[in-house]
Design a binder for this molecule. Sequence first.
Ligand code: APR
Length: 312
Amino acid sequence: MSKVVVIGAGNVGATASQYIVDRQLADVVLIDIVEGLPQGKALDLLQAGSPSNHDCSIIGTNNYVDTKDADIVVMTAGIARKPGMSRDDLLKTNANIVQSSIKEAHKYSPNAIFVVVTNPLDVMTQLVLKTTKLPSQRVIGMAGVLDSARFETFIAMELKVSVKDVRAMVLGGHGDLMVPVTSLASVAGIPLLNLIDKDTLTKLIKRTQDGGAEIVSLLKTGSAFYAPGASVAFMVEALLRDQNRLMAASVCPNGEYGLKDLYIGLPCILGANGVKKIVELELADNEMADLKKSATAIKETVNKMNELLVAV
Ligand code: APR
């Protein structure tokens, strides 16, 4: 059985673990800074094994020794922005959490693939690369699968078709400047643009871009976790089973799309060793321009983070 370590036993970490064991993908070690939390959730998930017919091992811990020899490390630890907290405060706090936990996890699992979920996503993924010094193929951010899933869901709801028939991709940074690529969206192979009018499409794009915020405003405390958890499990499955699945993920291009030296959401193929290939697609001019804009915003946040980390 493969071993997946999930750092952060909060909503996203626990839900990702649930999907992973439920689909019998791997044994899971859930680790958190809070004592008792990962142990309690792990025991609860283990006891779900009988009724849900899985027999994966799942343990909770506060000690990185237990994370040894993981195949995949999923990074979800972090804090959400609280009232009165600036974006910079959040950036600095999460950067410190990511740096310290990833250093430990990498020490015990130097050969793992790292899947990053902590926000701000693209920037934190870049920080994991810097901290581990791994080849960039082995450090991947989870955002594109989630944002694409949201876009697909809204298309399916609008057209009253099964979400299984909808394919769409959201590229760029995981934030206000994400780029839902309408020129490539389809329903059972039929281009989306043949099925939907421009105004409706504009509304769906906006709702996708605000997808996380819509859920936060409904939940009032906390942010989304079912779709993020399922998206993590989808990536974990592609990696562990060497599936060569093509999806959007935060990856580090080396000249593709005219981009370099940053993490940003792009179409890629995932398999046993991580990112097998970044796939270059023909984008519409406005989509390409939006992607560049998104890249500039990510670079600015990375610079900001570097300043804040130096200031520590
Ligand atoms: N080491 C380990 N765990 C930590 C650390 C640390 N240094 N700091 C915080 N944590 C844990 C918290 O104790 C908490 O259990 O991270 C967990 C975060 O869980 P939640 O607050 O429930 O947040 P969640 O909704 O899971 O989101 C986690 O994913 O989608 C992103 O924006 C989201 O960055 C956030 C992350």
